[in-house]
Design a protein around this ligand. Sequence first.
Ligand SMILES: *Cc1c(COP(=O)(O)O)cnc(C)c1O
Length: 366
Amino acid sequence: MSRFFSKSLESLAPYTPGEQPKASGLVKLNTNENPYGPGPKVGAVLREQTAELLRLYPDPECSELVAAIETYYNLSDGQVMVGNGSDEILGFAFLAFTDVDKKIVFPDTSYGFYPVFGRVFKAACETVPLKADLTIDPSDYYQAGGTVVIANPNAPTGIGLTREQIRGILDNNRDNLVIIDEAYVDFGAESCVPLIGDYENLLVIQTFSKSRSLAGCRVGFALGNKELIADLNRIKYSFNPYNLDRLAIRIATAAINDKEYFEATTREIMDTRDWFGLEMAKRGFGCLPSQANFVFAKHVGVNGKSSGKMSGKAYFEALRTKNILVRYFDKPGIDDYVRITIGTKAEMEQLLAATDVILEEANPTL
Ligand SMILES: *Cc1c(COP(=O)(O)O)cnc(C)c1O
């Protein structure tokens, strides 16, 4: 740290992104990317472009993309804004809706960026423990006394709340904003977008990175009532008015307009996930009930014997030696688990075969 760095940010601990390996040939199941890649309509848009596209500044309102999202969700003008990944929108939201004396409340086990945003934007943070089964108890967030942020489904557990449970949180926080981060909602959970008309205290945030296979393009969006969206735009125009480049606007518009490809690929991922959970159970792993494109799995023993149990860290490291990347969080309460992104069926078969070898090597007698 240089002697010029802000004193008030000295203790800032940045977010640690999952590894993006330089080497090829790895089975990459560590950052919840979509194995199927962008659809044919995105490919067509890319092929049409020339370098001339990049001469002018982009449309700061991203009107073409915003209109496509409004149409997709049947929302009206002014209820959507887009950002450079949903991380940027979350950042805008933390700036707009928290303060030193306006706290932010979120689960103690959730997306690792929330506490970092809290720190960098100098918001008072309050974390709420998950229940022993790693679920969220909605009533823990009633009368929260500050802005609530909940990932639904939660990360890294994959467990979702129902729309009715979130309605309960909204009903019991009439004077608090409730932000629902729906990064994984398209993999089987209930979206809160249909509640936007009923609740002026609801802001929904989604991303093109997971279900729409555009992690490398950096596009996320917020949906809510006009005043909330205007607040976010106020921050955006004070910070980075051209937050999406011209290519990203076109690509994301093509992606949201390709409903057919989106539905086929998300269905495939959900089917693979459900099959994979059963295969892992045969190998002595328990997976939390996931509504996301990953599972949170821990080894509970072999053939009913807990003596053969493998720790999360040992399993993570053993997979790494077999060129399979998953995510491990060295954090009390979840350090028995690894988070495994759902890839293609062939990738999951590779992981299962490697797991068989790892278990055999660890317990040759079982
Ligand atoms: C992946 C993820 C995001 C961020 O996605 P972007 O790539 O920045 O759009 C936000 N919230 C959660 C819970 C995520 O897992």
